[in-house]
Design a protein around this ligand. Structure first.
Ligand SMILES: [Zn+2]
Length: 248
């Protein structure tokens, strides 16, 4: 079982490397596939006769994973935690902008069922790991306890973006895929709780839910910025890194 999981990561990594070899930076699809389907397909892949290098990559399990600068232990932990993802090949886009050691998440851990995530791009593995744990232990549980429904999907405004911090010359953590902007939450019962509509104007339970998930984000991420920080964050939580804490 464990071996097959490791192999699945390696297959996903190898598949990404083939894409990079074509010079394409197209991110892997974020649309969730039925559980396990993507990896099952990767395993069933038979390279055409002309694509000689591919089988060798598939055969070299640890090296395939190491070709992405995510440390292998982070990828293994993310897999162990139950997230679904593909490692993304390292790329440099512009001065100060790169995707090094990132993964493309397609589903997150939940207690009963996996949680979908929308509109997300490549994210550094450690940030993805914090995000996955927050989805399960912070958001899904808060949704059930406070709003009486499990979490179906976390809606984001993206992750990687080559840009500066607004009003400064400093590169944003988004420029290195180190942050995720979360705009809202879709519950299994169909309710959508958004930062824009519900931080101030939601029902008391919805407002409590948003404040509880904000506080739990502060325990897992290094920097968390929300509607109380400034106008630029009135419609999303900025969730960044895992180091020293700054929470507003
Ligand atoms: Zn942000």
């Amino acid at each position: 079982m464990k071996r097959s999981k490791t192999l699945r990561i390696a297959l996903a990594a190898a598949g990404s490397i083939v894409v990079a070899g074509c010079g394409s930076l197209i991110p892997t699809a974020s649309a969730p596939a039925p559980s396990g389907e993507r990896y099952a397909k990767a395993g069933a892949y038979t390279p055409p006769r002309t694509a000689a290098p591919a089988p060798r990559r598939f055969a070299s399990t640890p090296q395939s994973v190491a070709a992405n600068s995510s440390d292998a232990s982070c990828l293994a932990e993310l897999n162990q935690a139950g997230a679904r993802f593909n490692p993304v090949p390292d790329t440099y886009s512009a001065p100060g902008c790169n995707k090094l050691g990132t993964v493309q998440l397609s589903a997150l851990s939940g207690d009963a069922r996996q949680v979908n995530v929308s509109n997300i791009g490549p994210v550094k593995c450690r940030t993805a790991k914090a995000f996955n744990a927050w989805a399960q232990y912070g958001v899904d549980r808060a949704a059930r306890q406070i709003l009486g429904s499990r979490l179906e999907r976390i809606e984001t405004m993206g992750s990687y973006s080559c840009r500066n911090v607004a009003g400064s010359n400093r590169k944003s953590a988004h420029a290195t895929a180190g942050a995720i902007d979360v705009s809202g939450f879709l519950l299994a019962d169909g309710r959508r709780i958004s930062l824009k509509n519900d931080w101030d104007a939601g029902t008391p339970a919805e407002r409590e839910f948003l404040r509880v998930v904000h506080r739990s984000a502060c325990k897992r991420f290094g920097t968390v910025l929300g509607p109380e920080y400034n106008r630029a964050h009135e419609d999303h939580f900025h969730l960044e890194g895992t180091g020293a804490k700054f929470c507003r």
